[in-house]
Every structure is written in C-alpha cells, then in structure tokens.
Design a protein around this ligand. Structure first.
Ligand code: ADP
Ligand code: MG
Length: 463
C-alpha cells in the first residue's frame, strides 16, 4: 500500500531517532513535518532556513537513505523553512490525541486533518512535572500549572506564563499537557507555537475557511500556545486569534500561553486581547538562584545517570547565570570534552570546557595563528575550500563552516566583527554576529557538533 508523505516521514523519524543523540534529534528534527510530495521528492517543513541548511548538510544523505529503505524506491527529500511559507501548506497544529472515532475531518482535502492524524511527538516527553525543579524563581508558575492540570478550564483560564529565554516556560506548559493526558488519556491536547498558529490562521483566512479553523480548535480540550510575543500586528489575524480564544474560553476549554514579557508589554497587541490574556492568572518565571541551579544540576545528573561531584556542580552553577538552557548546555559541553579528551569529568576539565579554552600553561594563542589559518583548517574539516569560504557564494554546504570559521576567529583572535566580515566576502557585522550566535547555540544543543568544533579548535591551538 502506498504511504503518504507524512507516514513515510514519521517512519524515517522513528528510525533516525534511534540512531542519533537525543539532543541533536530534539534540536534539528523533532516536530518536523512532511507537507507535500512531488514525484519521488518529499518536501519537509522545518522551523527555519538555518534548520533547512543544517539538516540537509549533515543528515540529508542519511535521511534519504532511510526514506528509500522505508518506501522501497529511490526517494529524495528537500527541506524548507516554515517561516517563509508562501503558497505551501503551513504546518498543521499537532493534536496529541485523536478525536473520538467517527469524527469527520473538516479541513480541505489538500491539507491533512490534524485531528485525524495524531502527532504523539508534539509534547516533549522529558518536559514533565517530575523533571521540573521548583525553586523560588518559578514557585507561583509551577503551583498555577499544577492547579490547571488538576482542574483544567476551571482554576486559571487562561494561564499566562512569562519570562526570559530558556527558563522553563515551554517545559511547564508541556508538563500540564502530560499530566492531563495521564489522567484522561482521551483528552485532546494541542501544542502550537504562535508562528504555527498564525500560519494556519493566515491560510484559513486566505482560503475563507476560518469557520472550520475555529471549529477544529473548539474540539480541543487544552490549547498550549507558545511564545505569543511573536504575535504580529496584523489586524485580521489578531482579530481571529481573539475569536478563537473566546470560542475556547466560552466552551470552558483551558488555554495556556507563554511569552517573554507580561501581556501589557506586548508591542502591537490590541488592548482587548491583552485584557483577555490577563483574565486568568499571569505568573512569571525568573532565573533560578544558586541553590536552585545546583538542585537542577543534581536532578539532571540523576535523571541522566551522570556523576558530577559537588565541586563540579558548584563550578557550573556559579558559571551559568543566564538561563537553565545554558546550565544544560554546560553539561553537554562538558560531556563532549570528556569523551573527546578521554578524561574523567573533574574540576579542571570543567574549567577548560566552560571557559572554552584549553591552553597549556595559560600561554596566549600562538602568534602564527591567523584568520587565514583558521579558515583553512575549518574548510578542511568540512570538506570545502578556504577560497569558497572567503567568497561571496551562498551555497548551503558553505553556511555552517563559514559560521564556524567566523566564530573561531572571534574566539581565538578577538578580531573586530567588521574585520571578520571582510575576510568572508565583505559580509557586514550583523551577519557576523548572527553567525557567531548560531554557532554558540548549536554548541549548547548539539554534542556532535560541539565535539567537532572543539576538535578543530584544539588542533589550531596546539599548532
Ligand atoms: P523557555 O521555554 O522558557 O525558553 P524551556 O522550557 O525550553 O525554556 O527550558 C529550557 C531548558 O531548561 C529545557 O531543557 C528545560 O527542561 C530546562 N529547565 C528549565 N527550567 C527547569 C527546571 N526548573 N527544572 C528542570 N529543568 C528546567
Ligand atoms: Mg520556549
């Protein structure tokens, strides 16, 4: 029997998940969806252009091979960013549980019916209350989330959680979803990013199917809308957001929203929507204090079967003061270092890993290290030429090594951003900053990538 593109893709994801480090999977492939098929080509929608390039570059061949294996015929896969969706099918809202049997799909046939096609992957299975450490930074938010989990639609509706990046908002909202599903396995829980929600909304407006859109959302028992600070000032979409929201609210359905700031500070969001957001409970999450950071490290170590002694935990907890994500990133980096250098994790290793520098006797970088040398070494590692990296060419294979080279030049030579940009086809400093940030976040999230960059770095430093 013929498989649909999304069936093929979910088989492929299942296979690749077993073969890939969990973090890499979560970072790059989790939640991606096949949206169309042209001949033997499957089109997969991913969160950003950067994802598209990265996935194609690093996992493309492997994924293609798995897809070919699943379908028994030659298949190619291409990746496209969801954010640049034009006429294409926007990502579907993933409903964790299927609707009651017999429910009829209401969407047009061009789009898969989200109700009929449950996506069990849409809640991160690690984001449970069990794994969430309560500290004074998140006490109210956690208590409110637990109350909502016990009494959905009745205690605080909506629940609005806000706070900086990487502090646990998404984790908490998923935890509510898990808790509700655990108690009532038939509950329909939907998790969407604001971007996905808006994309669907825009499409339904274009296709004049907003009624169906609303109807579909009304079947949901718990709606989780992540990062509403991305809600854009487009009057018609805000209007529809408002109606959807009211429809759910009136039907006694629970809504949880997250944002990086409180409702009142959302720019361009209409006053009446702001006041709807404030109807229930607004709770903030802050950066955990030192004790809570240590508790999170202890929990993480215990959950992942790691041993980190007190000294090391103390060092990490003191060094990471910007987010919980940074704290987790530090542990991953440390593991990468430890496996690369085949050394046990101890304070000295933690120091060199987290300071990001391994220098014998504290000597400064060897004088002969130059931007050109760094570019060459990175080019060699990624199998491209140094001249290509220095050129203006914008080819996918060049994106990642170019970003890494910029990052290493900044780290090792401390050159100005403008000068770094000059060495790469005259790119401006904002491109350089963007590239460096991309590498920094990938280093925190992808242990394989971190290992590769560290290896290049060590090689350069020991030359
Ligand atoms: P946000 O959505 O606020 O940007 P996330 O929910 O994605 O942040 O959290 C970032 C990471 O930190 C996740 O891996 C999450 O599991 C972890 N995390 C955040 N807060 C806690 C906590 N209190 N206990 C355990 N893990 C946490
Ligand atoms: Mg989040």
């Amino acid at each position: 029997m013929e498989l649909t593109p999304s069936e093929v893709w979910s088989h492929v994801l299942g296979l690749v998940q077993e073969r890939m480090p969990e973090l890499s999977f979560r970072t790059w492939l989790h939640g991606t969806q096949a949206v169309a098929v042209h001949g033997s080509e499957i089109l997969v929608e991913v969160p950003s252009d950067f994802h598209a390039e990265w996935i194609e570059d690093r996992y493309g061949d492997h994924l293609k091979e798995l897809a070919t294996r699943v379908t028994g015929q030659e298949v190619s896969i291409s990746f496209r960013s969801a954010s640049t969706s034009g006429l294409r099918v926007a990502p579907e809202v993933a409903v964790v549980q299927p609707p009651a049997p017999g429910a009829t799909p209401s969407s047009p046939s061009a789009t898969p019916d989200p109700g009929g096609r449950p996506c069990h992957g849409s809640l991160n299975e690690r984001y449970t209350f069990d794994r969430f450490v309560v500290g004074n930074n998140n006490q109210l938010a956690t208590a409110a989330s637990r109350a909502v989990a016990e009494n959905p639609g009745r205690s605080y509706n909506p629940l609005f959680l806000y706070g900086g990046v990487g502090l646990g908002k998404t984790h908490l909202m998923h935890a509510v979803g898990h808790a509700i599903l655990e108690r009532s396995p038939g509950a329909r829980v939907a998790y969407v990013t604001t971007e996905q929600f808006m994309n669907e909304l825009v499409r339904s407006i274009q296709q004049a199917t907003t009624r169906e859109f609303r109807q579909r959302f009304r079947q949901i028992d718990l709606l989780l809308v992540d990062d509403v600070h991305f809600l854009e000032r487009k009057d018609s979409t805000q209007e529809e957001f408002f109606h959807t929201f009211n429809a759910l609210y009136d039907a006694g359905k629970q809504v949880i929203l997250t944002s990086d700031r409180p409702p009142k500070e959302l720019p361009g969001v209409e006053e009446r929507l702001v006041s709807r957001f404030e109807w229930g409970l607004v709770a903030d999450i802050k950066m955990p204090d030192y004790e809570t950071r240590v508790a999170i490290l202890q929990k993480k170590a215990a959950d992942d079967g790691l041993t980190l002694d007190d000294e090391v935990m103390d060092f990490i907890a003191r060094s990471c003061t910007s987010s919980v994500r940074e704290l987790e990133g530090a542990v991953i980096k440390l593991l990468a270092y430890s496996s690369l250098r085949r050394e046990e994790i101890n304070l000295a290793l933690a120091r060199s890993a987290l300071e990001g520098v391994i220098r014998d006797g504290g000597a400064r970088t060897a004088p002969r290290l130059t931007a050109t040398r760094i570019r060459e070494r990175v080019a060699e590692e990624w199998g491209v030429t140094s001249a290509d990296l220095a050129s203006k060419r914008r080819t996918r294979q060049l994106t990642v090594p170019r970003q890494v080279a910029m990052y290493l030049i900044k780290e090792l030579l401390d050159e100005s951003l403008v000068r770094i940009g000059e060495g790469f086809g005259g790119r401006d400093h904002s491109t350089v900053i963007h590239s460096i940030r991309k590498v920094e976040s990938a280093l925190e999230e992808d242990a394989d990538f971190a290992r590769r960059v560290i290896r290049v770095r060590q090689h350069l430093e020991s030359a």
